[in-house]
Design a protein around this ligand. Structure first.
Ligand SMILES: CC(C)(COP(=O)(O)OP(=O)(O)OC[C@H]1O[C@@H](n2cnc3c(N)ncnc32)[C@H](O)[C@@H]1OP(=O)(O)O)[C@@H](O)C(=O)NCCC(=O)NCCS
Length: 144
C-alpha cells in the first residue's frame, strides 16, 4: 500500500472512479476539469501499483463560519474504491494530508460530510475531528 502525491497521470483513474456528477463544474468527474485545478493537494492511494483511491485538500483562509482563523486545511474529497475499502487506506490518506498540511504551517483542519454517512463520520472522529456545526438543506418541489 502506497500513499503518494498525485499528478496528471492519475486524473483518468480519478475521473472514472468518481461517480457523483450532480454539479456541472465539479472537477473530479472530468480529466479536463481536473487538469484546471491545483494538484498540490492531491494524494493517491495505490495497492500493488493499482490506483485505489484519492484525497483532495486545499489551504483556505478566514472561513466565513470561523473568520478568526487565518489559515486552514480543508479535506474536500476522499474516495476509496469499493474493492479496496476497510484496509486502512482512507486513514493513511488522511494521515498524509495532516502531515503535508502541518509542514505548510497549518494547524486547523475542516471537513464535512452528510448526516447519513456514518462511515465517514466514524472515520473523521477516529482521526481527531470533532463535530461543531450542523447545516440545513432546503428543498422546494413545485406541484405538477
Ligand atoms: C469513507 C471511505 C473513504 C473510507 O475508506 P476506507 O479506506 O474503507 O477506510 P479505512 O479502511 O481507512 O477505515 C478507517 C475507519 O473508517 C471507519 N470505517 C471504515 N469502513 C467502515 C464501515 N464499513 N463501517 C463503519 N465504519 C467504517 C472506521 O472507523 C475505520 O476504522 P477502524 O477500521 O479502525 O474501525 C470509503 O468508504 C469511501 O470511499 N466511501 C465513499 C465516499 C465517501 O463517503 N467519502 C467520504 C465522505 S466525503
Amino acid at each position: 500500500m502506497v500513499i503518494r502525491g498525485g499528478g496528471p497521470a492519475d486524473l483518468a483513474s480519478i475521473a472514472s472512479h468518481y461517480a457523483h456528477q450532480d454539479t456541472p463544474w465539479d472537477p473530479f468527474g472530468s480529466v479536463e476539469r481536473l487538469g484546471r485545478i491545483p494538484l498540490d493537494g492531491l494524494l493517491v492511494a495505490e495497492v500493488d501499483g493499482v490506483y485505489a483511491g484519492f484525497l483532495y485538500w486545499y489551504e483556505g483562509t478566514r472561513p466565513y463560519y470561523r473568520p478568526a482563523i487565518e489559515r486552514f486545511g480543508r479535506l474536500y474529497e476522499l474516495h476509496v474504491k469499493e474493492e479496496f475499502r476497510g484496509r486502512g487506506l482512507a486513514r493513511r490518506l488522511i494521515a498524509q494530508f495532516f502531515e503535508d498540511a502541518r509542514k505548510r504551517g497549518l494547524h486547523h483542519f475542516f471537513v464535512d460530510t452528510d448526516d447519513d454517512n456514518l462511515v465517514a463520520q466514524r472515520l473523521y472522529e477516529s482521526v481527531g475531528y470533532r463535530r461543531y456545526r450542523d447545516d440545513y438543506h432546503y428543498e422546494l418541489a413545485d406541484p405538477r
